[in-house]
Each structure stands twice: as C-alpha cells, then as structure tokens.
Design a protein around this ligand. Sequence first.
Ligand SMILES: O=c1ccn([C@@H]2O[C@H](COP(=O)(O)OP(=O)(O)O[C@H]3O[C@H](CO)[C@@H](O)[C@H](O)[C@H]3O)[C@@H](O)[C@H]2O)c(=O)[nH]1
Ligand SMILES: [Mn+2]
Length: 481
Amino acid sequence: MAVREKEMGKDGYLPLFETKGAKGRIPYWLYAGSMFMGICLICIFRVSHIPAQGDFGRVAWIGMFMAELWFSFFWLITQSVRWNPIRRCTFKERLYQRYEKVLPSIDVFVCTADPQVEPPLMVINTVLSLMAYNYPPEKLNFYLSDDGGSDLMFYALLEASRFSAQWLPFCRKLKIEPRSPAAYFATACEPTDDPVMANEWSSIKKSYEELKRRIDGTMKLGRISDDLRKEHKGFREWDLVANRRDHQTILQILIDGRETKAVDVEGQPLPTLVYLAREKRPKFHHNFKAGALNALLRVSSRISDSPIVLTVDCDMYSNNSESVRNAMCFFMDEERGHEIGFVQYPQQFDNITKNDIYSSSLRVIMEVELPGLDSNGGPCYIGTGCFHRRDILCGKKYSKECKIDWNKENTDRKVQEGADMLEDTCRILASCTYEVNTKWGKEAVTAKTSEEDVSSRYEKEVMEFGAASPMSEDGDSKHAE
Ligand SMILES: O=c1ccn([C@@H]2O[C@H](COP(=O)(O)OP(=O)(O)O[C@H]3O[C@H](CO)[C@@H](O)[C@H](O)[C@H]3O)[C@@H](O)[C@H]2O)c(=O)[nH]1
Ligand SMILES: [Mn+2]
C-alpha cells in the first residue's frame, strides 16, 4: 500500500475524505496581489494629487476618490469567497471496506407542485435517476411530495414504480450514466459489441418509449381513464378531492421495500417508493416547498426514519450514481464526520446554449464562490441536491465526543406495521393543521414523531445547520492504495 504520509490522520488512520486547495489558487493570488497594489497606488495618487482648495475639479476629484474607495471595499470583501476555494475528495473504496454492511438508510424527498408546469414525465425521470443510485436498494426510501395533488402525477409515479423493476437492473448491469432514462436515451447509442446486451438495450428503450407514450396520452386526455383507475386502489382517493387547494392527505406506499415481493426482474430488492399529497385547505397557509419538506420529514420519520435525508427539486435529476456514496464518506468519517451537518452538490444545467451568453451555467458561483465559501464554514443550503443529517434538522448539536455507532443507528429505526396501516397512521402527520400554534415561520421549526405515539407532537426544535458544508468531488480514482 503506497499511501502518502499527509493523507493519514492520527495513528495511521485513513480518512474517508480529504480536503485540498482548488487548482489555480496561486495565479489568482498573484493576480489579486497585483490588483491590491494597483488599488493602493491609485489611493496614494488620489491623496497626493488632490487639487488645492478652490482649484478647479476638487469636488469631482474627491467624488471619484469616494467611488474608488467604495469599489475597493467591495473588491476586498469579495476576496473572502475567492481567496481560498477548496476541493473535497472522497475515498469510496475505504467506505466500502469498512462500512458496506452497515451503510445508513437514506430518505429521499422529491418535491413537485404542478403537473402542467412540471410535467410528470420529467418528475419520474428525476425519481428514476435517484432510484438507480449505486447503493443498497433496501436502504433507499423515496418520497414524492405532490403539492399539485394530481392523480396524473400519481399515475406517472405508478408507471415509474413498475418501470423501475427493469430500469434498476439495467443500470446496474450496463453501469450507465446518467440514470435518468430521458437524459440517457437522448445521447446514448446502442452497444453493438455484445448482441445480448444490444437486445436488452433495445428492449428497455422500447419499454421506456411505451411508458412515455402512455403518460403523454393520459396527459393529453387530462384525466385518468376508467380502465386505469381500476389498476390501483390509490386512485379512489381522488373521489374525495374537490380541487388542488382543498383536499385530504393522500398517502400511498407504491413500493414497500420491506416486502419480499418488492423485487426487480432479477430478484434484487426494490427501494421503497411513497406518494404524498399533504392535506390542503383554503383556510390554512401551505408554506410552499418548506411546508412540503416539513410534512415529508414527519411522514418519513414514521415510515423509514432514515438518519440521512436528501432533498431534490423535481426538475433536477442526479447525473452521478455515486452521489450517495460520496456523501456518506463525509458523514461516516470517524474523525471529522461530526463536524458535517450537510453535504450538497452544485447544480448544472442541461439546456444551455453553446456559448452560454447569459452565463446561465453560473460558473463563478458554482466553481469559485461555493468552494470559496466552503473554506469559510460552508455555503448555505441551496434547496436541492443536498444531504442532511435528520437529527441536525431537529436541532441536535454534534460535538467531538458525539461519536455515532452506525451499527446501532441502522437497526434502531425499523417499523413493524404493514403498508396499509402506515398509510392510515401517517395521514395526520401531513395534515394542514399540524403546524398551527407552533413556532413555524418565526423560527423554522420541524417536528419529529415518535414511534409510540403518532399523533403527539414531540421534540419541536429549531432548525439549524452544522458548521461545515463540503462539496464533494470524486477523487479516489487518482489515489494509489
Ligand atoms: O408550493 C410549492 C412550490 C414549489 N414546490 C417545489 O419547490 C421546488 C423549487 O421550486 P421552483 O419553482 O423550481 O424554484 P427554482 O427557482 O427553480 O428553485 C431554486 O430556488 C428555490 C428558492 O427560491 C429553492 O427552493 C430551490 O431549491 C432552488 O432550486 C420545485 O421542485 C417545486 O415543485 C413545492 O413543492 N411546493
Ligand atoms: Mn426549479
């Protein structure tokens, strides 16, 4: 094993992640240094050549000097986010060796709000890209929050739950990236070298196209046909729905990962998949996405209660199937894990013009400023693509002494009830009155539910975040072990 000395922590311990300075810092420091010199010289020139009292242009001179001082001050404070950008590298191989058996389970929250603006086909592509993560499927739980309360969205998710039985094994076998079917088939070519694979490839592509056609057809029709309605008990919920702003909680567990029959075409377990449309009533404010996330936190704490929570906007698929493992390297690092409250990934946009004339890819923000903020304690939560520790969201503070026993963490949180029972008992957690008379909105408060007593609210604590927020970059391929 050829491991460089500085990679090692105390007592020869090998960390799960490493922090490095970003590339290009030295040229930037030279540039910033010359800039600073220039600013100083301008100041000296302005002060030493100021026109005497009564001379022509004195007021303009002072005005210019003030403006220059203001811009210099502005430049100086931007250095705090540009001076020292950092890069994080993970060692997934070490994670695999030490923790593969006890990896924590993850609850993934996807938010959608309107089936017209955010087409269900796009939403299920996001969900499928996440379901296909390279992570033990029995440890993944997916929750789709539908603020549009639409049976069309429910139907699309039902289709996705069926398609996932083919899609997940296909992704595993061909190790494809990205794992959003739409994004993948938009660019991928049929593998020609292996006829068996080529066959499978075309058959999956055909299945996806049929799924797309069925969903497009239903969207065009604008309602669920009577034949489709018979396919799942969940559609009966919509008999009681007045409109999207006035309806009861709709909660359907489409795949119950704990069940033995929840398997893909290869017999491997499927992840849990839950549809949630929280209760909406005209009298109560729903608090948009934040309200949805709070409802999801409560409902998921009852169903799967995973120690790690990932939030994703429905219009943002995951382009890397290793994202979860990368994030786990931060949370599970024995020495520094307790310093990390959340791990988030920068966003990238798909539909940007070649020359990016509007700078839509936000390169300065994504490539310089967020890594720059990372060296100063971390940027704030950007709303999507972010893993949180559940306990942090409920106010827990971590310290050096607070070591997590991941073995215990995993087994402690299992529920016994069947899916039907859970659907019933969890409804109240997504009711619109749940947060009434709490401090929600004044201090962002979230409630955690106990297993013993579902309806009682306990542990209402202030939402706050940990000190560090690393941005992960894959580094392990470059390291010899
Ligand atoms: O009542 C609502 C309204 C919105 N959403 C969801 O919230 C997400 C973000 O909304 P969007 O309209 O797409 O906002 P963007 O401006 O694209 O989002 C960026 O900016 C938001 C804050 O302004 C963050 O919340 C997002 O995470 C971030 O991606 C989407 O998935 C929506 O479906 C809900 O779940 N319920
Ligand atoms: Mn968006």
